[in-house]
Unconditional design. Structure first.
Length: 353
């Protein structure tokens, strides 16, 4: 009897162990698999994530030709990779409109938000909210808040680009005379960086040139704003010899000079798209235009956001798959490309954007 009882006990123990093992195998087959799939997207254990699985949205500054071109680059990225990427355009060119769009995107739970801030500091609380929600945030034209985002993507080192404004203006003015500088707005970080670098370069190298103001003038990122402000400056400084504009609205200055028959006497250098500046360069009212291709910047920024959202890295040497951004240099949270463009009457017709 004791032997039978012992055998019965052993059989029960074996049966119970088999049941436990079976249950464990079932859990491993379903729950772990699901967890692995989730972790792949969240932590990037796999480096070949399908772009179609990720939603990336670019929030631009405003509606104009510059950002229309950026949208073409974003659309090209979608065609090239299948990435679920799109562009959102604020109703007005200010931080409040951008914040409103970003709040909606946070509520939607997109994978990544890219933004070209009108006022970088004003966007920081919303950026923090997005990142706390697990959304990757990548900026363009905002290296000053690189510590608050996952990455900032720049077409070049901004101080070097700013020096180009100073070089071109000094050359056009033969290194002599009074000049004024414009930005879109005093809160626009890259505009201010270019302005300061240009003025510093001129002060160091051209002692016979004089800036007429301690701070840049604002054109409000509009042709009319540049036109009206240039008119005011001409009245205040009738002997002025040059202007440079760090927003892409220098055509407004050129129009003022045309109206006043001053195009031979006063030189203009501006951030400019070929489509916006060709006429002024060809008729001589603009001495030089500087830019980078907005389409390429949009492409590179959104592709970088996808890489980070899918758990991949953007580091020195990373290829963002578009001209000028093939071998990025990453430093202190900023990824620098090498994509400056210089326009003159001689080469302006070589470009079609």
């Amino acid at each position: 009897m004791k032997m039978k009882k012992l055998v019965s006990v052993l059989l029960c123990i074996m049966l119970a162990a088999a049941m436990v093992t079976g249950c464990g195998s079932s859990d491993a087959g379903s729950g772990t698999g699901d967890k692995k799939t989730k972790e792949t997207k969240e932590t990037g254990e796999e480096k070949t994530a399908d772009p179609e699985e990720y939603q990336v949205v670019m929030v631009v500054k405003q509606s104009d030709s510059w950002f229309d071109d950026m949208a073409t680059g974003v659309e090209q990225l979608k065609k090239d990779t299948g990435l679920n990427v799109s562009v959102q355009v604020p109703e007005t060119g200010d931080a409040a409109s951008q914040i409103s769009i970003m709040e909606d995107l946070i509520a939607q739970g997109v994978d990544a938000i890219c933004v070209v801030p009108n006022d970088p500091e004003a966007l920081v609380p919303t950026i923090e909210k997005a990142r706390e929600s697990g959304i990757v945030v990548v900026t363009h034209e905002a290296p000053g808040i690189a510590g608050d985002v996952d990455l900032d993507v720049e077409a070049f080192v901004n101080e070097e680009f700013g020096q180009l404004f100073g070089e071109k203006l000094a050359s056009a003015m033969d290194g002599k005379g009074k000049y004024a500088g414009f930005v879109g707005g005093l809160t626009m970080e890259t505009h201010m960086a270019w302005y300061k670098a240009a003025v510093a370069y001129i002060e160091e190298n051209y002692p016979d040139m004089e800036c007429v103001s301690k701070e840049p003038y604002e054109d409000g990122n509009s042709i009319d704003g540049a036109h009206d402000k240039a008119l005011e400056i001409l009245k205040a400084y009738p002997d002025i010899k040059g202007f440079f504009d760090c927003s892409a609205q220098g055509g407004g200055i050129c129009e003022t000079l045309q109206e006043k028959n001053k195009t031979d006497d006063i030189k203009v250098v501006s951030l400019a798209l070929p489509s916006m500046s060709a006429t002024y360069l060809e008729d001589g009212s603009m001495a030089a235009g500087l830019a980078w291709r907005p389409a390429d910047a949009g492409y590179a920024t959104c592709y970088a956001a996808y890489l980070l959202a899918s758990g991949q890295k953007v580091e020195t040497g990373t290829d963002l798959k578009i001209t000028g951004y093939e071998e990025m240099e990453v430093k202190d949270g900023v990824a620098y490309g090498n994509a400056p463009l210089e326009f003159s009457s001689d080469n302006i017709n070589d470009y079609n954007f």
